[in-house]
Write a protein that binds this ligand. Structure first.
Ligand code: 5GP
Length: 215
Protein backbone atom coordinates (compact mmCIF):
# COMPACT_ATOMS: atom_id res chain seq x y z
CA UNK A 1 0.00 0.00 0.00
CA UNK A 2 1.42 3.38 -0.85
CA UNK A 3 0.34 6.37 1.21
CA UNK A 4 1.02 9.86 0.01
CA UNK A 5 0.87 12.70 2.49
CA UNK A 6 1.01 16.16 0.97
CA UNK A 7 4.35 17.87 1.64
CA UNK A 8 6.20 21.09 0.89
CA UNK A 9 9.08 20.98 -1.55
CA UNK A 10 12.53 21.84 -0.26
CA UNK A 11 15.54 23.54 -1.76
CA UNK A 12 18.66 21.40 -1.50
CA UNK A 13 21.84 23.40 -1.94
CA UNK A 14 25.17 21.74 -2.73
CA UNK A 15 28.26 23.93 -2.57
CA UNK A 16 31.95 23.09 -2.74
CA UNK A 17 35.16 24.33 -4.22
CA UNK A 18 35.51 23.28 -7.88
CA UNK A 19 36.83 19.74 -8.10
CA UNK A 20 35.32 18.37 -4.88
CA UNK A 21 32.88 16.11 -6.73
CA UNK A 22 29.71 18.15 -6.47
CA UNK A 23 28.61 17.68 -10.09
CA UNK A 24 29.01 13.90 -9.90
CA UNK A 25 26.93 13.79 -6.73
CA UNK A 26 24.24 16.03 -8.30
CA UNK A 27 24.01 13.85 -11.41
CA UNK A 28 23.65 10.67 -9.34
CA UNK A 29 20.86 12.18 -7.22
CA UNK A 30 18.94 13.47 -10.22
CA UNK A 31 19.25 10.20 -12.15
CA UNK A 32 17.09 8.13 -9.83
CA UNK A 33 14.88 10.56 -7.95
CA UNK A 34 11.73 11.71 -9.77
CA UNK A 35 10.89 14.07 -6.86
CA UNK A 36 14.07 16.08 -7.46
CA UNK A 37 14.98 18.39 -10.31
CA UNK A 38 17.83 20.76 -10.97
CA UNK A 39 17.73 24.53 -10.93
CA UNK A 40 19.50 25.52 -14.15
CA UNK A 41 21.37 28.78 -13.59
CA UNK A 42 22.07 31.53 -16.07
CA UNK A 43 25.70 32.45 -16.62
CA UNK A 44 27.65 34.90 -18.72
CA UNK A 45 30.64 32.55 -19.01
CA UNK A 46 31.35 30.65 -22.23
CA UNK A 47 30.18 27.02 -22.44
CA UNK A 48 32.86 24.38 -21.82
CA UNK A 49 33.16 21.52 -24.32
CA UNK A 50 30.20 19.18 -23.86
CA UNK A 51 28.03 21.66 -21.96
CA UNK A 52 24.52 22.03 -23.29
CA UNK A 53 22.58 25.30 -23.26
CA UNK A 54 19.44 24.89 -21.16
CA UNK A 55 20.76 21.78 -19.41
CA UNK A 56 24.04 22.75 -17.75
CA UNK A 57 23.34 26.47 -17.83
CA UNK A 58 21.44 29.04 -19.81
CA UNK A 59 24.34 30.85 -21.46
CA UNK A 60 23.43 34.50 -21.71
CA UNK A 61 25.03 37.89 -22.39
CA UNK A 62 25.94 40.42 -19.71
CA UNK A 63 23.16 42.68 -21.04
CA UNK A 64 20.58 39.89 -20.66
CA UNK A 65 21.84 39.16 -17.13
CA UNK A 66 21.45 42.84 -16.25
CA UNK A 67 17.93 42.83 -17.67
CA UNK A 68 16.97 39.76 -15.61
CA UNK A 69 18.29 41.41 -12.44
CA UNK A 70 16.39 44.60 -13.26
CA UNK A 71 13.14 42.72 -13.92
CA UNK A 72 13.52 40.72 -10.68
CA UNK A 73 13.64 37.42 -12.61
CA UNK A 74 16.53 36.04 -10.52
CA UNK A 75 16.06 34.59 -7.05
CA UNK A 76 19.71 35.32 -6.34
CA UNK A 77 22.70 36.35 -8.42
CA UNK A 78 26.41 36.67 -7.85
CA UNK A 79 29.72 37.30 -9.53
CA UNK A 80 31.89 34.17 -9.31
CA UNK A 81 35.42 34.39 -10.71
CA UNK A 82 34.92 36.94 -13.47
CA UNK A 83 31.50 35.80 -14.56
CA UNK A 84 27.93 36.53 -13.57
CA UNK A 85 25.60 33.77 -12.41
CA UNK A 86 22.00 33.70 -11.30
CA UNK A 87 19.08 31.46 -10.37
CA UNK A 88 15.91 31.99 -12.44
CA UNK A 89 13.01 32.51 -10.05
CA UNK A 90 10.07 31.17 -12.07
CA UNK A 91 11.20 27.54 -12.33
CA UNK A 92 12.00 27.30 -8.62
CA UNK A 93 8.56 28.60 -7.70
CA UNK A 94 6.85 26.17 -10.07
CA UNK A 95 8.67 23.13 -8.65
CA UNK A 96 8.18 24.08 -5.01
CA UNK A 97 4.50 24.78 -5.43
CA UNK A 98 4.03 21.29 -6.90
CA UNK A 99 5.49 19.77 -3.69
CA UNK A 100 8.71 18.63 -5.37
CA UNK A 101 12.30 19.39 -4.42
CA UNK A 102 14.88 21.39 -6.25
CA UNK A 103 18.65 20.99 -6.29
CA UNK A 104 21.00 23.97 -6.51
CA UNK A 105 24.66 23.98 -7.45
CA UNK A 106 25.52 27.48 -6.29
CA UNK A 107 28.34 29.11 -4.37
CA UNK A 108 28.36 30.43 -0.80
CA UNK A 109 27.14 33.87 -1.87
CA UNK A 110 24.03 32.42 -3.51
CA UNK A 111 23.47 30.15 -0.51
CA UNK A 112 23.53 33.11 1.88
CA UNK A 113 20.96 34.93 -0.26
CA UNK A 114 18.66 31.90 -0.52
CA UNK A 115 18.73 31.18 3.20
CA UNK A 116 18.18 34.85 4.02
CA UNK A 117 14.96 34.75 2.03
CA UNK A 118 13.37 31.39 2.87
CA UNK A 119 15.35 29.66 5.61
CA UNK A 120 12.85 26.96 6.51
CA UNK A 121 12.64 25.63 2.95
CA UNK A 122 16.40 25.46 2.40
CA UNK A 123 18.76 22.59 3.30
CA UNK A 124 22.44 23.25 2.67
CA UNK A 125 25.29 20.78 2.21
CA UNK A 126 28.95 21.63 1.77
CA UNK A 127 31.13 19.08 -0.03
CA UNK A 128 34.82 19.01 0.92
CA UNK A 129 37.62 17.23 -0.92
CA UNK A 130 39.48 14.59 1.15
CA UNK A 131 42.85 16.39 1.07
CA UNK A 132 44.69 19.34 -0.41
CA UNK A 133 46.67 17.08 -2.75
CA UNK A 134 43.54 15.38 -4.02
CA UNK A 135 41.85 18.72 -4.70
CA UNK A 136 44.92 19.81 -6.63
CA UNK A 137 44.90 16.58 -8.64
CA UNK A 138 41.18 16.76 -9.43
CA UNK A 139 41.42 20.36 -10.61
CA UNK A 140 44.25 19.51 -12.97
CA UNK A 141 42.61 16.32 -14.20
CA UNK A 142 39.65 18.37 -15.35
CA UNK A 143 41.91 20.05 -17.92
CA UNK A 144 39.07 21.72 -19.77
CA UNK A 145 40.09 25.15 -18.64
CA UNK A 146 43.22 27.11 -19.40
CA UNK A 147 46.12 27.06 -16.89
CA UNK A 148 45.21 30.54 -15.83
CA UNK A 149 41.64 29.50 -14.98
CA UNK A 150 42.90 26.44 -13.05
CA UNK A 151 45.30 28.64 -11.05
CA UNK A 152 42.48 31.05 -10.30
CA UNK A 153 40.30 28.20 -9.05
CA UNK A 154 43.06 26.83 -6.83
CA UNK A 155 43.44 30.19 -5.21
CA UNK A 156 39.72 30.56 -4.67
CA UNK A 157 39.11 27.04 -3.39
CA UNK A 158 40.63 28.06 -0.06
CA UNK A 159 38.30 31.05 0.07
CA UNK A 160 35.22 28.99 -0.78
CA UNK A 161 36.07 26.39 1.87
CA UNK A 162 36.29 29.04 4.57
CA UNK A 163 32.47 29.20 4.37
CA UNK A 164 31.85 25.56 5.34
CA UNK A 165 30.54 26.54 8.79
CA UNK A 166 27.58 28.38 7.23
CA UNK A 167 26.14 25.05 6.00
CA UNK A 168 23.75 22.62 7.72
CA UNK A 169 25.72 19.51 6.68
CA UNK A 170 29.28 18.78 5.57
CA UNK A 171 30.24 15.74 3.50
CA UNK A 172 33.91 14.87 2.96
CA UNK A 173 34.07 13.28 -0.47
CA UNK A 174 36.61 10.51 -0.04
CA UNK A 175 34.67 7.85 -1.93
CA UNK A 176 32.09 9.09 -4.38
CA UNK A 177 29.58 6.24 -3.82
CA UNK A 178 29.67 6.81 -0.07
CA UNK A 179 29.21 10.57 -0.50
CA UNK A 180 26.24 10.03 -2.81
CA UNK A 181 24.67 7.73 -0.21
CA UNK A 182 25.27 10.31 2.53
CA UNK A 183 23.62 13.10 0.54
CA UNK A 184 20.66 10.82 -0.25
CA UNK A 185 20.32 10.09 3.48
CA UNK A 186 20.26 13.80 4.32
CA UNK A 187 17.59 14.41 1.67
CA UNK A 188 15.48 11.47 2.88
CA UNK A 189 15.59 12.69 6.49
CA UNK A 190 14.85 16.31 5.60
CA UNK A 191 11.81 15.24 3.57
CA UNK A 192 10.40 13.59 6.68
CA UNK A 193 10.55 16.71 8.84
CA UNK A 194 7.12 17.20 10.35
CA UNK A 195 7.01 20.85 9.28
CA UNK A 196 7.47 19.80 5.64
CA UNK A 197 4.41 17.56 5.73
CA UNK A 198 1.33 19.77 6.08
CA UNK A 199 -0.80 16.81 4.90
CA UNK A 200 -0.13 15.06 8.23
CA UNK A 201 -2.96 16.90 9.96
CA UNK A 202 -5.55 15.35 7.63
CA UNK A 203 -3.80 12.00 7.64
CA UNK A 204 -3.74 11.73 11.43
CA UNK A 205 -7.30 12.96 11.54
CA UNK A 206 -8.31 10.04 9.31
CA UNK A 207 -6.31 7.62 11.44
CA UNK A 208 -8.23 8.82 14.46
CA UNK A 209 -11.51 8.00 12.81
CA UNK A 210 -12.38 11.36 11.34
CA UNK A 211 -12.06 13.34 14.56
CA UNK A 212 -10.34 16.73 14.66
CA UNK A 213 -6.67 16.14 15.62
CA UNK A 214 -7.00 18.64 18.48
CA UNK A 215 -9.82 16.90 20.26
P1 5GP B 1 31.27 26.83 -12.99
O1 5GP B 1 31.55 28.02 -13.84
O2 5GP B 1 32.50 26.02 -12.68
O3 5GP B 1 30.16 25.98 -13.55
O4 5GP B 1 30.73 27.37 -11.59
C1 5GP B 1 31.53 28.24 -10.84
C2 5GP B 1 30.85 28.48 -9.50
O5 5GP B 1 29.62 29.21 -9.67
C3 5GP B 1 30.47 27.21 -8.73
O6 5GP B 1 30.90 27.38 -7.39
C4 5GP B 1 28.98 27.18 -8.82
O7 5GP B 1 28.44 26.54 -7.67
C5 5GP B 1 28.63 28.65 -8.85
N1 5GP B 1 27.31 28.90 -9.45
C6 5GP B 1 26.73 28.29 -10.50
N2 5GP B 1 25.50 28.79 -10.73
C7 5GP B 1 25.28 29.74 -9.78
C8 5GP B 1 24.18 30.59 -9.47
O8 5GP B 1 23.12 30.60 -10.11
N3 5GP B 1 24.34 31.42 -8.41
C9 5GP B 1 25.48 31.44 -7.65
N4 5GP B 1 25.52 32.27 -6.63
N5 5GP B 1 26.53 30.65 -7.91
C10 5GP B 1 26.44 29.81 -8.96
Amino acid sequence: MSISVQRRGLMLVLSSPSGAGKSTISRALLADDPELSMSVSVTTRKPRPGEVDGKDYFFISVAEHERMVRDNELLEHAKVFDNLYGTPRAYVQKVLSSGKDILFDIDWQGTQKLTAGTREDVVTIFILPPSHDELDRRLRARAQDSDEVVRGRMARAADEMSHFAEYDYVVINTEIEKSIAQVRTILAAERLRRTRQPGLVDFVNQLRGGRSPNR
